[in-house]
Design a protein around this ligand. Sequence first.
Ligand SMILES: [Mg+2]
Length: 276
Amino acid sequence: MNRSFSINRNWVLFTDLDGTLLDADTYSFASAVQALRFLARRNIPVIPCTSKTFEETVAICADAGLDGPFIIENGSAVCIPENYFTILPQKTSLKKNAHIVSLGRDYTDILTFFNRLRNKFALTTRGFHEMDTAEIQSLTGLDKQRALLAQERGFSEPFILLSDKTLPEAAVTFAEKNEFKILRGNRFYHLLGNTDKGKAVKALKNIFRQNNTAVFKTIGIGDSPNDWAMLQAVDVPVAVKRADGAYAGGLNINNLRRTNGIGPSGWQEAVFNIIK
Ligand SMILES: [Mg+2]
């Protein structure tokens, strides 16, 4: 027996967490609780697709009552609870009751390249591995417990620039030439392997297809440029309004929906508008 038999045949919803399902400042999903319950009653999978780590995402899934797959560290890995699908990709590893499908690079490779990048472009940066828990708390507003979980990185390095300069485009290109990627999230740049949320969404959609004969449609909800690849990989893309009342730029999709509500209240609004 496996769980894919109870998956709703109509929809799968992929969602960013910070600034989208979770309030940008408080990390609360309180304004989206009704929509989460509505989706749970219909067995519609809600798949977090986040820059957060495995450990952080597991904690949020537990809080929000989500028990399906999730995507971590900006598309670096797809994590599938044991017994969720019958058919799995050939190459997976097991971590705490979840099958891990890696699409990115190991953290040691990431840190080696981070230092190379910093030296080559004389960047004044500070990476997560150089910060203590208190500094991460002050940069993110996470409580100590969650900040500790954020430090348990497997595939990517968030970093800040210490000067007010923006990251040179040449550094981004250099990373890509070397099969790495630099993405911009809400608070940090992220150095990761040659993947993104869109690649991970496509990989997970394929696994859903292999396990479900019926056709389903996909929704994607995000708020930042690191979500655009995810929104391009779904049938119904949604940009939620950001805390400053604007939408992040740089996304050109014809069928993009924009919410009136900010963060989780926009998330709830989108769910009720799309799924009748
Ligand atoms: Mg976000």
